[in-house]
Design a binder for this molecule. Structure first.
Ligand code: CAO
Length: 447
């Protein structure tokens, strides 16, 4: 027997009255669990609300422009296991308030809470970050952004996507009805621009050939999660537009480790796990204060540096759905215990897919810690529009030559990648050296 469920807006991370900018389904559509239903656009981010269950859309309860808050109804859904044909026609009572502009491509793994379309991933893209595109577009040969509001047909999320990639939509040919431009059209345009020979304004990068791998053995196709795709797009942009240098260094953290162990019991009493990361955050803030150009972003003209006088650190968190980078604010004003508590809380929410758009905003510098896993060095990608990132590898006991003999010391390898347009090599080496000293002498952190 058919079972109709009303799908409502989940927690929007405190936001309310958020306008509907796209309706991605029509009455009669079959949706899978996690397929997006509507797109909402707040001041800070564009969010897609996914269907929590598979089924058939029986009624649309929203129209474009409606303002939604937590609990607002979106659709009536006939749940999939109710034994109804997937292609069943809409019921006669179904009365859509608005026609769906276009069917969204199926999204393989969306969070239960609405996923920020423009916010998460290692290059969290707050609204202001799109402003860096024109300044960098020339260096890649990508078409520059001149207009995303012209007289062509494209949904707001496609316009935003184009804006993020620096694509002039007037140059994109739409493949949809009446020339409507889809996300895939924009992606195809960028792909073509990248593949174009250098003489025609592209980067001259050769196109990756399409290969049928099943010719060589058994294969399976696994869809990327939405977070994987966002991360991939942000990383590609940062990799193509930021001239990276990575400085590898090491710190003797033997004393830091003694201190950490001495406070382990006290931390546990408070229900906390005091890891190296909290100390690294404190050391980074001190190094940022000493080298303000590391705490900056290029402005949209590419001619000025915006130096930040606040210290918000992005922390790369590994989750089952992919990498996300929530931001911990005002690290300079927090104690080691405060930071340990916030790290546990934020990384827990990240793994439970409960981060809100505001959790990704306002980062100044990012730390990516792979120390709990392993490795001796790596080259982290700058989380643009930030200009530098710290990668922590695994600390190991090593023999260090001191006063004529080898002594066992705990050595932490770390890597600092930076944007060479903003930071000179000498400054990069000075920053890394200071960071090593701060981690090596715990007293420096306590001052
Ligand atoms: N060297 C040696 N041991 C380390 C270490 C280091 N550099 N850093 C952490 N450890 C230890 C911790 O002390 C802890 O040991 P105990 O359980 O014995 O106390 C253990 O490793 C696990 O630590 P953790 O990962 O739970 O905690 P954390 O504070 O170090 O890190 C977080 C938290 C959220 C950053 C981490 O869990 C994570 O997700 N890391 C992956 C980040 C990532 O994917 N980066 C790549 C981005 S680019 O693709």
């Amino acid at each position: 027997m058919a079972q109709i469920t009303e799908i409502t807006v989940p927690d929007l991370g405190g936001a309310s009255d958020v306008p509907v900018i796209e309706i991605l389904v029509s009455v009669g559509d079959e949706v899978k669990a996690e397929d997006p239903l509507v797109t909402l656009e707040s001041d800070k981010a564009v969010l897609e609300v996914p269907s929590p269950e598979a089924g058939i859309i029986r009624e649309l309860k929203v129209a474009l422009g409606d303002k939604l808050s937590q609990g607002s109804p979106i659709v009536s859904l006939e749940v999939a296991d109710a034994g109804v044909s997937a292609k069943a026609p809409p019921t006669e009572t179904a009365a859509p308030k608005a026609a769906a502009p276009e069917q969204a491509a199926p999204k393989p793994a969306a969070p239960e809470s609405p996923a920020p379309v423009s916010a998460p991933a290692p290059t969290p893209a707050p609204a202001s970050s799109t402003a860096t595109v024109p300044a960098t577009a020339g260096s890649t040969g990508l078409p520059s952004l001149s207009s995303t509001s012209g007289a062509f047909h494209a949904s707001p999320s496609v316009r935003r996507y184009a804006q993020e990639l620096g694509v002039d939509l007037s140059r994109v040919t739409g493949s949809g009805r009446k020339g409507r431009i889809s996300r895939e059209d924009v992606a195809g345009f960028v792909k073509d621009a990248l593949a174009a020979p250098a003489s025609s304004g592209g980067t001259g990068l050769p196109v990756m050939p399409e290969i049928d791998f099943s010719r060589f053995g058994e294969t399976e196709t696994r869809a990327l999660t939405r977070i994987n795709k966002l991360t991939g797009s942000n990383l590609s942009r940062a990799w193509l537009t930021v001239p990276h240098v990575t400085q590898h260094d090491e710190a003797d953290i033997s004393e830091l480790e003694d201190f950490r162990k001495a406070h382990k019991a006290e931390a546990e009493k408070r229900g906390l796990k005091l890891t190296l990361l909290a100390f690294a955050m404190k050391a980074v803030v001190m190094a940022l204060k000493a080298h303000p150009e590391f705490n900056s972003s290029l402005d949209s003209s590419g001619e000025n540096l915006i130096i930040k006088h606040y210290y918000n650190l992005g922390i790369a968190v590994d989750t089952p759905n992919g990498l996300v980078v929530p931001v911990i604010r005002d690290v300079d004003q927090k104690s080691l215990y405060d930071l340990a508590a916030e790290l546990a809380e934020v990384s827990g929410r990240a793994r439970e897919k409960k981060l809100a758009p505001k959790d990704f905003e306002g980062g100044c510098f990012t730390i990516s810690s792979l120390g709990g896993i392993g490795g001796t060095a790596f080259t982290p990608i700058v989380n643009a529009p930030e200009v530098a990132i710290l990668g922590l590898s695994r600390a190991r006991m090593q023999p260090v030559y001191e006063d004529g003999k080898f002594v066992p010391r705990l050595i932490l390898p770390f890597s600092v990648s930076y944007d060479h347009r903003v930071i000179d090599g000498a400054a990069g080496a000075r920053f890394s050296t200071l960071l090593g000293k701060l981690l090596g002498d715990i007293r420096g952190l306590l001052l």
